[in-house]
Design a protein. Structure first.
Length: 177
């Protein structure tokens, strides 16, 4: 009975060890700077997410916050240059490309804590019909890692428990024979 208790404690320790690492992981999202638009232009991310803009076009582009929060400066065309910004506070952050704002090269990052309600709010705030599908992809991307990490933690805990049971059974057999 004491062995089972120790086993349960061990599993709990394993879960406590793995789970926070999976949950606290900062997520990363990439937005491409094309000629002349952002792909994806409207994304929804969780607080603590780092968004990296990658120069994927031949024209020079910038990612510039309308609120003055960030400004990449001109990133040369064909350079593959990048610019990153980490979003901590929930809210909506609009940005544009300095040379191509008039051509509609604008985008937004919505930072939202909610996972279940994120989809309806994102659709409600988006005015263009085309915004619906990129937002859905972004949600799928950001939703993936924590679930899989949690699964790994669960599998690790389960395998540890199974290993313990096998060891216990072997020990019992040894003592009875
Ligand atoms: Cu541009």
């Amino acid at each position: 009975m004491r062995r089972l208790l120790q086993l349960a404690m061990l599993s709990l320790v394993a879960l406590l060890f793995f789970a926070p690492a999976a949950w606290s992981q900062g997520q990363e999202v990439t937005v491409r700077m094309e000629d002349n638009f952002f792909d994806q232009a409207n994304i929804t991310v969780k607080p603590g997410t780092t968004v990296t803009w990658v120069q994927s076009g031949n024209n020079p582009h910038t990612t510039t916050s309308y609120d003055g929060l960030w400004d990449s400066g001109m990133i040369e065309g064909g350079s593959g240059g990048t610019f990153s910004y980490t979003f901590e506070e929930p809210g909506r952050y609009d940005y544009f490309c300095i040379p191509h704002e008039s051509l509609g090269m604008i985008g937004s990052v919505t930072v939202s804590d909610a996972t279940a309600t994120a989809s309806p709010t994102a659709t409600a705030t988006g005015t263009a019909t085309a915004a619906a599908s990129p937002t859905a992809t972004a949600l799928a991307d950001t939703g993936g890692p924590p679930v899989s990490s949690l699964l790994i933690a669960l599998v690790a805990t389960l395998s540890l428990a199974v290993y313990g049971v096998i060891a216990l059974t072997l020990l019992r057999r040894h003592s009875t024979s």
